[in-house]
Ligand binder design. Structure first.
Ligand SMILES: [Cu+2]
Length: 357
């Protein structure tokens, strides 16, 4: 309440001062003693230096606090490259911003109205024009090439020959993860085989032998120092795989599988020491507003040393060990079942027709 009173009294004081100033100006105009430039010229000139300087100091003062809050530590190989690219670009942009704005405000101050000074006529200068066209062009070209190189190494990644393949599927409203098992190859899937009631949420086709040792996991476990190829898909609407510490973000699109290759560089334990937070966990969050249960699409990621990861991997039960009733079931058995159902329906129809005759 007091803050409201203080704020409104401040506003009122400013309004009264503005009104008094207006009245004084009007009176001087009526008297014929009004000076069109007056002291406001000098005041505005000084403000051109004071205001930007104050704002600049405020930014410098605030930045370390803001930085702590918003700059997440990085835990992937390409994350370091993209961060470097980001900071380089930001550095250049900030430098340009400072140079141009200092020049702008300084000129407004230095060349304020002076009755003893006359503006000179200056048409153009081709040399200066060429210089300020070429300089930004060179800077832009360097930035674009740097960006392209990072994009190439990250997205068209050539280093993924021995990558760990893991499938991640978004659905309303959870993430699910499938590992290819010992053979390293994920089994085929088909959306028509999805059967939530019986437990085949991925729609895995068990007629494909590669699916025999596939297993599901409760969390996304990945090894440190090895490329991970995330095969991303969505079952219903758009979701988005966002793993901020690894600088990974890729949409999960229904009907259009996407993928991302990245190499984690710090285990969960190492990150706990680095952040000083014993409860730290890497997190995957959906960044697509995918429905009213969107908030539930958080998933824990565990990064381990390669030996620990291998041990965990070997100890997992395959999907078929958990649900042996799915063995050998796939598209062909589904088609047969559908055909049998059709025949049954036709027979029933025919017998009904006969009965009605
Ligand atoms: Cu989602």
């Amino acid at each position: 309440m007091t803050s409201v009173i203080i704020a409104s009294s401040l506003i009122l004081t400013v309004a009264v001062l503005v009104l008094l100033f207006r009245i004084q100006t009007l009176v001087s105009v009526l008297k014929g003693s009004h000076d069109t430039v007056g002291t406001s010229n000098k005041v505005n000139g000084a403000l051109m230096i004071i205001v930007p300087l104050a704002l600049l100091l405020a930014v410098v003062w605030y930045h370390p606090y803001a930085a702590k809050e918003y700059h997440l530590p990085v835990a992937s190989m390409h994350g370091v490259w993209t961060d470097n690219l980001f900071w380089t670009t930001l550095g250049i942009v900030v430098a340009m911003f400072l140079i141009t704005n200092i020049a702008l405000f300084y000129c407004a101050f230095a060349y304020q109205y002076d009755p003893n000074r006359k503006a000179s006529y200056y048409h153009d200068n081709p040399k200066v024009e060429i210089a300020w066209t070429i300089a930004p062009a060179i800077i832009m070209t360097v930035l674009v090439i740097m960006g392209y190189l990072v994009w190439h190494d990250t997205v068209e990644a050539p280093y993924d020959k021995d990558a760990e393949v893991i499938e991640i599927m978004g659905k309303q409203f959870a993430w699910q993860v499938r590992y290819p098992g010992k053979d390293g190859a994920l089994g085929k899937y088909d959306f028509r085989l999805i059967d939530d009631a019986k437990g085949n949420e991925f729609g895995i086709n068990f007629e494909d032998n590669n699916a025999n040792d596939d297993f599901l996991a409760r969390e996304l476990r990945i090894p440190k120092g090895k490329p991970v190829r995330l095969k991303i898909r969505a079952r219903d609407v758009l979701h988005s795989v966002y793993m901020p510490h690894f600088r990974v973000k890729m949409d999960a699109v229904p009907g259009m599988p996407t993928e991302f290759v990245f190499t984690p560089t710090k285990t969960t334990e190492e990150m706990r020491t680095e952040t000083g937070n014993a409860k730290f966990n890497y997190e995957l969050a959906c960044t697509e507003i995918c429905g009213k249960g969107h908030f539930a699409m958080k998933y824990i990621i565990i990064v381990e040393e390669q030996e620990d990861y291998k041990k965990w991997y070997a100890s997992q039960k395959t999907f078929l060990e958990e649900k042996p009733e799915f063995k050998g079931k796939g598209m062909n058995s589904l088609k047969k079942k559908n055909l049998a159902n059709q025949e049954k329906e036709q027979k029933e129809k025919a017998s009904k027709q006969q009965a009605s005759l």
